[in-house]
Design a protein around this ligand. Structure first.
Ligand SMILES: *Cc1c(COP(=O)(O)O)cnc(C)c1O
Length: 429
């Protein structure tokens, strides 16, 4: 499999764009080699500029839960493009979209649409601070919440891949207001809350972590956070930009029976177009401008094209969809684990509904950032390249979750396992 055109494009890109990419996670810094430039995609497959075809487990980093080129969504976007690309004024579609979020996510009584997950979490923090009159934020090591200053402290995902979980350019005065503690560690949370309780505006968490690879919460973790935040009068923010409509029809909070004060959404709710949202208790949300004193605005927020995509995506996601998605993901994850074992490659495969991660480790479980950091990244890199050459596209980083879509069926799973048989053999060698 040659990728001459991709390599040529990277040379052109690097001359005019920092690192040749518009988002660092697309570079191959974590695995070595040259990023693949893509041209088209349909269902579970993507085709690169050299004509190579891959089974895709990146899914545009999450949005493509129905696979690429999902017909109802494409048609809705085409219809809306003809009707108008933007008005800078309210539309019925925004109401339809917000009503769907309120109807589906128990924590959401009111919602605001924005353009990216970063915007949603940044606004959620400002809102929590405006509502509580407090400054401190608690987050968890290895959780990524977008690239706003306050949240680039011990962040996961792209920042972690580049070995810079704490970004340059974040003022120390800002970083000081963010406290980061280990994921799944209620003792650490309790200690921070005992010390700083009455100064903490919010605890923000990925209710299933996905940006250090897929790390599910322990049974007591989310209920513990709910109880602890209530005790000190801080808000609980579930950042469901990745997990919202990825792990179930109402998100990870609902899966665990815990209702947060604020929820952020993105990725799936735009189906590939720029839509994100924050929502929560009406009492809190009403602090947003124009009714309240917390300012937030957006020229493109709730834009008609993106909203049309979001509505058709949400309308296609029901219980039956997630039952099948979870079953297919389990078949694949179990198959990959068995395949690794047959080649004597120690792995731990974590899985929640439509997301999973293969951690190259002999540890019996991966429960947090320290476990993730103990994994063999070099082995992941070899696995990644072997899969890529066999026509399977995983994320170019050991710290990302893999995403299965409704378009991944028996055939794709069988082909993936066949490729993995070769890849694990190469990893073992
Ligand atoms: C992707 C992600 C974000 C950031 O969203 P963008 O749309 O990339 O700005 C925030 N939080 C979580 C949990 C994410 O997975």
């Amino acid at each position: 499999m040659h990728r001459d055109k991709s390599e040529g494009l990277l040379r052109r890109a690097a001359a005019v764009m920092p690192g040749g990419v518009n988002s660092p996670v697309r570079a191959f810094k974590g695995v070595g080699g040259s990023p693949v430039f893509f041209e088209s995609a349909q269902g579970a497959h993507m085709v690169d500029v050299d004509g190579n075809r891959y089974i895709d487990y990146v899914g545009a980093w999450g949005p493509m839960v129905q696979g690429h080129g999902f017909a109802p969504l494409v048609q809705a976007v085409q219809r809306q493009a003809a009707a108008g690309l933007g008005f800078g004024a309210p539309t019925e579609a925004e109401v339809d979209m917000a009503e769907r979020l309120v109807a589906r996510v128990p924590a959401i009584e009111k919602a605001r649409l924005v353009n990216s997950g970063t915007e949603a979490t940044m606004t959620a923090l400002r809102l929590a601070r405006g509502f509580t009159g407090r400054d401190l934020i608690v987050k968890f090591d290895g959780c990524y919440h977008g690239h706003s200053d306050a949240l680039l402290v011990k962040a996961g995902s792209g920042a972690l891949t580049l070995g810079m979980p704490d970004s340059a350019g974040v003022p120390a005065a800002v970083a000081r207001n963010t406290l980061s503690v280990p994921y799944n560690d209620m003792d650490a949370v309790d200690a921070v809350l005992r010390r700083h309780g009455d100064a903490i505006a919010a605890v923000i968490v990925e209710p299933v972590a996905g940006n250090m690879g897929c790390v599910p919460p322990d049974a007591h973790f989310l209920p513990g956070l709910r109880e602890a935040t209530e005790r000190v009068g801080a808000l609980l923010i579930f950042d469901e930009v990745m997990t919202g409509f990825r792990v179930g029809p109402a998100g990870a909070g609902a899966l665990h029976g815990v209702v947060a004060d604020l929820v952020t959404l993105g990725k799936v709710i735009g189906g590939g177009l720029p839509v994100a949202a924050l929502g929560g208790r009406a009492e809190v949300m009403d602090h947003l401008a124009p009714d309240g004193p917390v300012y937030q605005a957006g020229t493109l927020s709730g834009n008609p094209l993106a909203t049309a995509a979001g509505i058709s995506m949400l309308d296609a996601l029901n219980e039956a969809f997630y039952t099948r998605l979870a079953a297919n993901t389990q078949t694949l994850a179990d198959g990959l684990a068995a395949c690794a074992q047959s080649h004597q490659v120690p792995v731990c495969v974590n899985r929640v509904c439509g997301m999973f991660s293969i951690f190259f480790t002999s540890a019996p479980a991966v429960r947090g950032f320290a476990d993730v950091m103990a994994c063999d990244r070099e082995r992941y890199g070899r696995f990644f390249h072997a899969m890529l050459d066999a026509g399977v596209y995983f994320a170019p980083s050991a710290f990302e979750a893999a995403f299965v879509s409704g378009a991944h069926g028996e055939e794709e799973i069988a082909s993936t396992l066949a490729a993995a048989d070769l890849a694990f053999a190469r990893v073992h060698a």
